[in-house]
Design a protein around this ligand. Structure first.
Ligand code: NAD
Length: 298
């Protein structure tokens, strides 16, 4: 059994760590948010009071944080991971961050004698709870191979993407596709409603037809169709609107750097920015469905 240090126990970190403890591993967890700490503790995590306490003597350290700035803050500085972990500890960032932050973590880890991999995930909180997440892992092959064993209790599929930052690059492309699909599900579901279709019947038709997608199957933005979708739970976030805006913006930034025109992603960015501007940053990203009808209500 292994000892994990874990920083970031939010919507994803809590169910991921619960699967580790269920598999018999020790997880020392830290989050700035008291409610997140309490939920993780209920899932078997040993709560600690700092990053330093979480990482000292751990076999592996995972970070599952909102954005690149959080990751840089948690790794760096006098209180950070690099200052307190042993160099034998494998460092794994599973947050969705910009390529530059990930490259910085690779470079700085190597400079300080650590092994580091970027290992973002796909599958949402339902995949996190079911231990079926897809992990896409980038880094030196020896570190990527070592990471697989630590990832296994949380994963349905772990794919070695290649060298440093290839995991996060794959994740950015994947999530751009997801959020464009979510736009399609939002618009298709509202149009079907206006055309007089029974919502459940239309969802069943799309599910066996070419309109099927992960967003349509998992985040369908209409109440009464998918139990675990945010639409059935007052749009409490399973994936926050501001994190969706972050992910689409990461793709657009990468597109600008590489000279790729991403017009559908620009439309999605506008929708998520509108949710954030309307004060709904911490609500679920599938609430974009409310902007489909002219009066702004779904
Ligand atoms: P979240 O906001 O629910 O959780 C992030 C946690 O990090 C919060 O509890 C916050 O308090 C904590 N945190 C922030 N700064 C910290 C610090 N300095 N020290 C300790 N804790 C700190 O976000 P989430 O939905 O769990 O997502 C985490 C990451 O995973 C994001 O990058 C997101 O894009 C990605 N992701 C999310 C999903 C999803 O469906 N929610 C799916 C795949 C990937």
């Amino acid at each position: 059994m292994a000892t994990y240090g874990w920083i970031g126990l939010g919507n994803m970190g809590a169910p991921m760590t619960a699967n580790l403890t269920a598999a018999g591993h020790t997880v020392r967890g830290f989050d700035l948010d008291a409610a997140a700490m309490a939920e993780a503790e209920a899932g078997g995590v040993t709560p600690v009071g700092s990053v330093a306490e979480a990482v000292q003597g751990a076999d592996v350290v995972f970070t599952m944080l909102p954005k690149g700035d959080h990751v840089r803050a948690v790794f760096g500085g006098d209180e950070g991971i690099w200052a307190h972990a042993d160099t034998g500890t494998l460092l794994i960032d599973s947050s969705t961050v910009d390529v530059e932050t990930s490259q910085f973590c690779h470079d700085e880890s190597a400079r300080r004698g650590f092994r580091f991999v970027d290992a973002p995930v796909s599958g949402g909180i339902s995949g996190a709870a079911a231990a079926t997440l897809a992990f896409m892992v980038g880094g030196e092959s020896e570190a990527v191979e070592a990471a697989a064993a630590f990832i296994e209790p949380m994963s349905g599929k772990t794919i070695a993407a290649g060298g440093a930052t290839t995991g996060i690059s794959a994740k950015i492309c994947n999530n751009m596709m997801l959020f464009i699909d979510l736009m399609a599900a939002a618009e298709g579901s509202q149009l079907a409603d206006r055309l007089g279709l029974d919502p459940k019947v239309f969802w069943e038709i799309a599910s066996v037809s070419s309109g099927r997608s992960w967003a349509q199957q998992t985040w369908y933005p209409v109440p009464g169709i998918i139990d675990s979708a945010a639409a059935n739970n007052n749009y409490d976030a399973t994936f926050r609107a501001d994190l969706a805006l972050k992910d689409v913006t990461l793709a657009l930034d990468a597109g600008e750097l590489t000279g790729v025109t991403l017009e559908a992603a620009q439309l999605a960015q506008g929708r998520f920015r509108r949710l954030v501007d309307d004060g709904l940053a911490d609500r679920d990203c599938s609430l974009i469905s409310k902007y489909v009808s002219p009066d702004g209500t779904a």
